[in-house]
Ligand binder design. Structure first.
Ligand SMILES: Nc1ccn([C@@H]2O[C@H](COP(=O)(O)O)[C@@H](O)[C@H]2O)c(=O)n1
Length: 325
């Protein structure tokens, strides 16, 4: 009956096409309520290209604090690697207070939607420098770090084990690029049993003297808005990343988008941004900058589903080879 009325036929077809467009994905997790995408079709095309190229062409570059770790748990903020050091085991009461004051002064600047990265930059340098100086003055002991991490409420995102284990199993390099404190970051992933051989870290590392007392920070300071410089200087040194032109990039700050700037001859870069805080003010800029935005999503569900999809062809080929031998 319907085909005798073209004026009905056309809208029905249009509605069907729209419905198909909205649900056309092999990755169910991309339909979660927390997922926002400016150009769904571009995301799908990129993921399909990455799947065709398989695990051997892939590398993952991820920020750490509030990207691989949770932003909050049961209504309370989860500590960053810097904040894990704000512990009476390591520093005195006065420094504890000062670190909190610095956080309260500078974190709002870091996430201010009305300031450009260039405007934020001097404040970030100031924040990191002041905190590092304070930590050095406190003569932090290397042998107490593991204890401080164990005592802290540091928490990786739900689904982290699947993420780390899957990448290790497929021998996909994971470059963690963090403006946090490398020694603390390493301890967090070690205590969670996911510090696998495919994990590489670029971060601010502590320099201890012969007695294991903090005396400086090594190398160039990394803060939230100078990751591009770090990406260019370090990535060339990481041989394992060469010949892997497809990148899955995870971050929680617009400054994280430059973490893949050191990848030579990149073919497909898929960027996923966790929007944890000040959602309404920052939604537009995140939507304009990341391919996929995850709003207040404390899980690794979406990155895990994308990975599962990308490596699914590689797994099939591997299974076929095993079956025929
Ligand atoms: N004194 C500080 C300095 C920075 N932070 C936060 O750590 C984050 C940096 O680490 P990434 O792994 O995200 O690069 C950054 O976003 C700052 O908010 C801090 O807590 N204390």
């Amino acid at each position: 009956m319907i085909y005798q009325f073209p004026w009905i036929h056309t809208p029905v077809r249009t509605a069907l096409a729209i419905w198909n467009q909205l649900t056309k994905t092999d990755i169910l997790e991309l339909t979660k309520g927390s997922v926002m995408m400016r150009e769904r079709s571009r995301v799908e095309d990129t993921i399909h290209s990455m799947q065709k190229a398989g695990a051997r062409s892939l590398q993952v570059i991820s920020d750490f604090d509030m990207t691989l770790t949770r932003f909050a748990y049961q209504g309370k903020r989860v500590p960053t690697t810097h904040n894990i050091l704000n512990n009476r085991l390591l520093i005195n009461e006065d420094s504890t207070k000062k670190m909190k004051e610095l956080l309260n002064r500078y974190y709002p600047i870091e996430i201010d939607a009305n300031l450009s990265p260039e405007e934020k930059l001097p404040y970030m340098v100031e924040w990191w420098t002041k905190v590092h100086e304070l930590l050095i003055q406190q003569r932090i002991r290397k042998d107490m770090l593991a204890h401080a991490v164990r005592e802290s409420s540091a928490m990786l995102r739900e689904g982290y084990r699947v993420f780390f284990d899957c990448l290790a199993e497929q021998r996909v390099p994971l470059l963690i690029f963090s403006a946090g404190v490398g020694d603390v970051l390493e301890e967090v992933i070690r205590q969670n049993d996911v510090f696998h051989p495919n994990v590489h870290i670029i971060s601010n590392y502590m320099d201890f003297d012969h007695a294991g007392i903090l005396q400086a920070f090594k190398g160039q300071l990394i803060h939230s808005y100078n990751k591009r410089e770090g990406a260019l200087s370090h990535a060339t040194a990481l041989r394992e990343l060469h010949g892997r032109p497809n990148v899955l990039l995870l971050g929680d700050s617009l400054g994280d988008l430059s973490m893949a700037d050191g990848v030579s001859e990149a073919q497909n870069i898929l960027t996923v941004g966790f929007l944890n805080d000040q959602v309404e003010d920052r939604k537009e800029s995140y939507m304009n900058s990341f391919d996929i935005v995850l709003v207040k999503d404390e899980t690794m569900d979406v990155p895990n589903a994308i990975l599962r999809y990308i490596i699914s062809e590689t797994r099939k080929v591997h299974r076929k080879k095993v079956d025929t031998t």
